[in-house]
Write a protein that binds this ligand. Structure first.
Ligand code: PBG
Length: 325
């Protein structure tokens, strides 16, 4: 008997394909990043991240309503302050743009989960993620500032803080200050395996956070390393991280998978600005089909093991999921 194994049987039509589909994107998976600027009546498209905007706090209501109606329940806030100084003092000011934004979003819709990026690079005049001495970021001194920033976000009403600076010991420092001030329920999503990546270019243009000298390779991870990612994850979990992150996503799917296989905690993947901008540029050139390529890329992150995806495509993808196939 001539027996051919026929895997194609399970691909015959879309109904059977969806029956056996292993990975399905869900709107609950997404976190949508928002960029907040000072001033009033500002909603300005970010040229490096087409389809995404700089918002002044008074312009958030329509955006939050739209996000919520699409089923997206979590936003990640980035502040773009007017004033920068060596100590990034706007980052922990109680009247800072993120602190105002948190309060405003909670007023608009208390069910939206407000997550804040904890870093100094948008707030320092030198553009590095910490306090500088002799052209180097001073790790331990920076920890006090990061803790202060996290506390000020918690005071304003943030549900979760997300340190992206890559200083050693920052998760413990943040956990301690939050607990000491009775914010024990504010959770920490640590950018644990954050690589020194060229894929952040469009974000830095959007957030005005390009370093004025040097680069971030003394604190962000070497793209060549994988075992080190597991060590970083391990440390952050020991220090109290609730969710760990791998960033960027597409060029680091192997890292996401290793973390998934080794740790039993929620994993977030950050589909970063460069990944978004490259796909957008290819769409604009007519080289690829938008919906298919976005669905395929985000699915690959979930298939690799991500439970949560931070993406500038969140609203588009949510719309496509709502529409169905
Ligand atoms: C701040 C920060 C960066 C990103 C998130 N938080 C930039 C950087 O580390 O230079 C990048 C996000 C993106 O590219 O979409 N440290």
């Amino acid at each position: 008997m001539n027996l051919i194994n026929r895997p194609r049987r399970l691909r015959l039509n879309s109904s059977i394909r969806s029956l056996v589909r292993e990975t399905k994107l869900n709107v609950d998976d997404f976190i949508y990043p928002l960029f907040l600027v000072e001033g009033e009546k500002i909603k300005e498209e970010i040229s490096t991240l087409p389809g995404n905007y700089h918002f002044s706090v008074d312009m958030l209501e329509k955006e939050i309503d739209e996000i919520y109606s699409l089923g997206i329940k979590a936003v990640l806030l980035f502040g773009v302050p007017d004033k920068k100084d060596p100590f990034g003092s706007e980052a922990y000011s109680n009247t800072g743009v993120v602190q105002q934004g948190i309060k405003e979003i909670k007023k608009i819709n208390k069910d939206i989960l407000v997550i804040t990026d904890i870093c100094m690079c948008q707030y320092t005049d030198h553009g590095h993620c910490g306090i500088i001495h002799d052209y180097d970021v001073s790790n331990d001194e920076t920890l006090n500032y990061l803790a202060k920033i996290a506390l000020s976000h918690a005071k304003a009403g943030a549900d979760m803080v997300a340190p992206s600076d890559m200083m050693d010991g920052r998760v413990a420092a943040i956990r301690k200050i939050l607990d000491d001030n009775s914010y024990k329920d504010v959770s920490i999503m640590a950018y644990s395996a954050k690589y020194a990546s060229a894929f952040y270019g469009p974000f830095r243009a959007a957030a005005h956070s390009t370093p004025q000298f040097g680069d971030r390779r003394t604190y962000q991870m070497d793209p060549a390393n994988s075992d080190e990612a597991l060590r970083e994850i391990e440390l952050d979990l020991k220090e109290g991280a609730d969710i760990v992150m791998v960033k960027p996503a597409l060029a680091y799917l192997d890292i996401i998978r290793r973390v998934k296989d080794n740790y039993n905690v929620p994993i977030a993947a950050y589909n970063v600005s460069g990944e978004y901008a490259m796909i957008k540029a290819a769409i604009e050139k007519g080289l690829v089909d938008e919906r298919s390529i976005v669905t395929e890329s985000l699915t690959s992150m979930k298939r690799a093991g991500a439970d949560i995806i931070i993406t500038y495509f969140a609203k588009d993808m949510a719309r496509w999921i709502q529409e169905g196939r």
